[in-house]
Write a protein that binds this ligand. Sequence first.
Ligand code: MIC
Length: 346
Amino acid sequence: MAKSWEATAIAASVPRRNPVVLETTHPEANSSTKWLRLNNSSATTDEPSSGATKLRRMLFETNELIVCPGVYDGLSARTALELGFSGLYMTGAGTTASRLGQPDLAIAQLHEMRENAEMIANLDPFGPPLIADMDTGYGGPIMAARTVEQYIRAGVAGAHLEDQVLQKRCGHLSGKKVVSQEEYNARIRAAHAARVRMRSDFVLIARTDALQQYGYDECIARMKMARDEGADVGLIEGFTSKEQAAQAVKDLAPWPLLLNAVENGKSPTITVDEARAMGFRIMIFSFATLAPAYLAIKETLMRLKTQGVVGTPKNVTPVTLFEVCGLKHSMAVDMNAGGASFKEGV
Ligand SMILES: C[C@](O)(C(=O)O)[C@H](CC(=O)O)C(=O)O
């Protein structure tokens, strides 16, 4: 019998106009809990689909590498949308830093993460799908399930769930500890069951941080178990070499893998072209906007402190920034509704 992730992949490869009703092979799927893959059943090319369905199709109907810059707030997300990436990634580290001014140490909890993800996912709800960090699931299986449910309702297309202890830390710090494989399986099982209950195409990404503590073979074993419990994609955090990253793709093929590219972290820098050649299917760049934002802000504030001016380039006006954030759309909404607020422009 096909594993549940294989059933999912098969479902997603069915031509869109052929109605299909698929049942999971997951142990939870008894006659009263049959999983109807409604999202795949009748969508036509011009029907808007959820971010989850879009992401699942990109994963299982194409071979493309889905490149997702890490975003952490409305402006960074709007900037990524402006440039037309095929997906976005909401970084937990960036969310914690920007919303709470704190390091990536399990300080942001479900509420903050969900709220940020919902805002970002709905800036362009029919645009590129949003993958979000869901850390450890913020508790036991009940909280992992609750996180998946809330993320689905928020419009998040997929999220990664890891095996670190609840008092987790950024995957590119030393001293990480992971829970037992059994405990991690329960998290994955709960998350998968939640998405089945929600009848959603939400993409569940299993992440292991076991490399530091237990080594490569343990990571592969954990990923295989997570896959068999219904995870759709795997993520091994903190590869120590390019060869190891390439090997993981081979060892887990044809299961799709996500690569977390953190420059100056624990892993070597791997480019998009290299990751594509290795066979990764999703690539996230956690610090793609947070690190440059810090540098730009600091440089500008130094100028203010030393020269008494901010020194913004002439072509960056308040209107420019508001346009990045959808000014024209808001004005059109008002005018199309017969509103008069913008008759004289802005
Ligand atoms: C992917 C990650 O979970 C994130 O929050 O973006 C972090 C990134 C980081 O802090 O280096 C992680 O890798 O743990």
